[in-house]
Write a protein that binds this ligand. Structure first.
Ligand code: UGA
Length: 439
C-alpha cells in the first residue's frame, strides 16, 4: 500500500515510521523544510525511545520518504493521513486551520481514489468539514476523483508510542463506506496479528471515542488525587487504598496513581476541548470541569507542602528538582507540573537547581536562566534545603540516600510521585513528604 502522512510531529512521525516498519511505502510530508532535511538524515524533532533508529532503518531501506511537496506525497496514495497539530485556541477549543488547510492541499493533488483519514485529535464533526474542503478543492479542478474520509484516532502514549502502535490494545476507525472500511482493514492487517481488534464505527462516534478515552483517564487521575488528599487528612495511606480498589477488575490497577497532576499535550487539551464542545452544544460536562479544577490545584500541592514544612519561610532558600518533563521518557514540557512548582518557588524568593535526563533543552525555552541546570542529579542537590522529586525517571528511584543526605543542606525530600518507601526514608533520617500518605 502507498500511504501519505501529512504532519511530521509526534503522531505523524510515529504513524508513518511504524507503517514503513511493516513494509509499506510511506511518504511523510511537512511544510517545514528544515524539519524534512533533518529527518532525511535521521535527526528527529522529538525524543521518543527507539524512534530514531527506526526512522534511519526505514529511510535506508527506501520505504520511508520525507518531502515538503504534498503533490509528490499524495500521488497514487491509497490512504492519506492528516496528522497536523490542533493547538488550543484562546477559548480552549481545537484550532482546525492546519487540518483544513491540509485537507485542501490533499484535494488539490489527489490522483486517484484515496481514503483521507484524520489522525489528529479533532472535535466531533471535523471529518464532515474535511470532506467539504476536499469536495471544494476537487470541484475547482473539475475533477471526478472519488474519495472517502475516515476518522482514526490514535491512542499512543509518549515514551511508549512505538509499542502502542505496533501492538495496539485496539484500533478505532470511523468510516462511512464499505470501500473505505476495506482499505482501512487492509492497512491495519499487519498490526492485528495478536488478536487485537479493529473496531469500525460511524465517524462521529470514532471522533468522540478519542475524547472520551482521554477524559476517562484524566478523570481516574483527578479522582485518585482527590482521594489521596483526603487520605492525608484522615490518616489513611493512598497506596493501600489504591491496591484495595485496583484489585476490583471493574476499577483496574492502571491510572490510579496519585501525583502532582496530569500534564502533557493531550489530557489538558482534550478535557478542555470536550468541555467546550459540550457547552457550545448546550450541555455542561460537570464531571470534567471538576477533573480540570482538581488537576490545577494538584499541581500546587507539592509547593504547599514545601511552604508548610518551612513554616512559610522560603525567601533565600535553595531547592533541587529532579525531573522537569510531564512524565518520564519524554522531553515534553507542555503543561508540566514542574513549571507551576518552579514559578511558585521563584515567586517566593527561592533559587532552584534542576536536573532532567532529557528535557533540559526543551525546558530552557520556558525557564531560560531563571533556574540553574545541574549536570547530573547529584550536582543539583548541593547545598539545597530540600529535594523535590517531580518526574519519576527510573534513575531517581534508587539513589544512594547516604550521598543525597550529605549533599543536601537539610535532609528533606518532597516526593511528588510516591517513589520512595516512607519507612526507609524515616530510617535514613529524612523528613519525607509524599502524596496521600501521612508521614
Ligand atoms: C495520553 C494517553 O494515555 C494516550 O492513550 C493518548 O493517546 C495520548 O494521551 C494522546 O491523546 O495523544 P500521554 O499524554 O503521552 O498519553 O501520557 P500518559 O502516560 O497517559 O500520562 C499523562 C499524565 O498523567 C502524566 O502527567 C502522568 O504523570 C499522569 N498520570 C498517569 C498520573 O498522574 N497517574 C497515573 O496513574 C497515570
Amino acid at each position: 500500500m502507498k500511504v501519505a502522512v501529512v504532519g511530521t510531529g509526534y503522531v505523524g512521525l510515529v504513524t508513518g515510521t511504524c507503517f514503513a516498519e511493516v513494509g509499506m511505502d510511506i511518504t511523510c510530508i511537512d511544510i517545514d523544510q528544515k524539519k524534512i532535511d533533518n529527518l532525511k538524515q535521521g535527526i528527529l524533532p522529538i525524543y521518543e525511545p527507539g524512534l530514531e533508529e527506526m526512522v534511519t532503518r526505514n529511510v535506508a531501506a527506501g520505504r520511508l520518504h520525507f518531502t515538503t511537496d504534498i503533490a509528490e506525497g499524495v500521488k497514487d496514495a491509497d490512504v492519506a493521513f492528516i496528522a497536523v497539530g490542533t493547538p488550543p485556541g484562546e477559548d480552549g477549543s481545537a484550532d482546525l486551520k492546519y487540518v483544513l488547510a491540509v485537507a485542501r492541499g490533499i484535494g488539490e493533488n489527489l490522483t486517484d481514489y484515496c481514503v483521507v483519514v484524520t489522525k489528529s485529535t479533532v472535535p466531533v464533526g471535523t471529518a464532515a468539514k474535511v470532506h467539504n474542503e476536499l469536495t471544494q478543492a476537487l470541484a475547482k479542478r473539475n475533477s471526478s476523483i472519488e474519495f472517502d474520509v475516515a476518522s482514526n484516532p490514535e491512542f499512543l502514549k509518549e515514551g511508549a508510542a512505538i509499542d502502542d502502535f505496533l501492538k495496539p490494545d485496539r484500533i478505532v476507525v470511523g468510516v462511512s463506506s464499505e470501500r473505505a472500511q476495506d482499505v482501512m482493514s487492509k492497512l491495519y492487517k499487519p498490526f492485528l496479528l495478536n488478536g487485537h481488534p479493529i473496531i469500525f464505527m460511524d465517524i462521529p462516534s470514532a471522533e468522540m471515542t478519542k475524547y472520551a478515552a482521554n477524559s476517562m483517564l484524566a478523570t481516574k487521575i483527578s479522582f485518585m488525587n482527590d482521594i489521596a488528599n483526603l487520605c492525608e487528612i484522615m490518616g489513611a495511606d493512598v497506596n493501600m487504598v489504591r491496591k484495595g480498589i485496583g484489585s476490583d477488575a471493574r476499577i483496574g490497577t492502571k491510572f490510579i496513581y496519585p501525583g502532582i497532576g496530569y500534564g502533557g499535550s493531550c489530557f489538558p487539551k482534550d478535557v478542555k476541548a470536550l468541555i467546550k464542545t459540550a457547552a457550545e452544544n448546550g450541555y455542561q460536562m460537570q464531571v470534567l470541569k471538576a477533573v480540570e479544577s482538581v488537576n490545577e490545584a494538584q499541581k500546587e500541592v507539592l509547593f504547599d507542602k514545601v511552604k508548610k514544612h518551612f513554616g512559610g519561610e522560603l525567601q533565600g532558600r535553595k531547592f533541587a528538582l529532579w525531573g522537569l518533563s510531564f512524565k518520564p521518557k519524554t522531553d515534553d514540557m507542555r503543561e508540566a507540573p514542574s513549571l507551576v512548582i518552579i514559578e511558585k518557588l521563584l515567586a517566593h524568593g527561592c533559587t532552584v537547581s534542576v536536573y532532567d535526563p532529557v528535557a533540559v533543552p526543551e525546558a530552557k525555552h520556558s525557564l531560560g536562566d531563571t533556574v540553574t541546570y545541574a549536570k547530573d542529579q547529584f550536582e543539583a542537590l548541593v547545598d539545597a534545603d530540600a529535594l523535590l522529586v517531580i518526574t519519576e525517571w527510573p534513575e531517581f528511584r534508587s539513589p544512594s540516600f547516604g550521598v543525597v543526605g550529605k549533599l543536601l543542606k537539610q535532609k528533606v525530600i518532597f516526593d511528588g510521585r510516591n517513589i520512595y518507601d516512607p519507612q526507609e526514608m524515616q530510617e535514613a533520617g529524612f523528613a519525607y513528604h509524599c502524596i496521600g500518605i501521612r508521614t
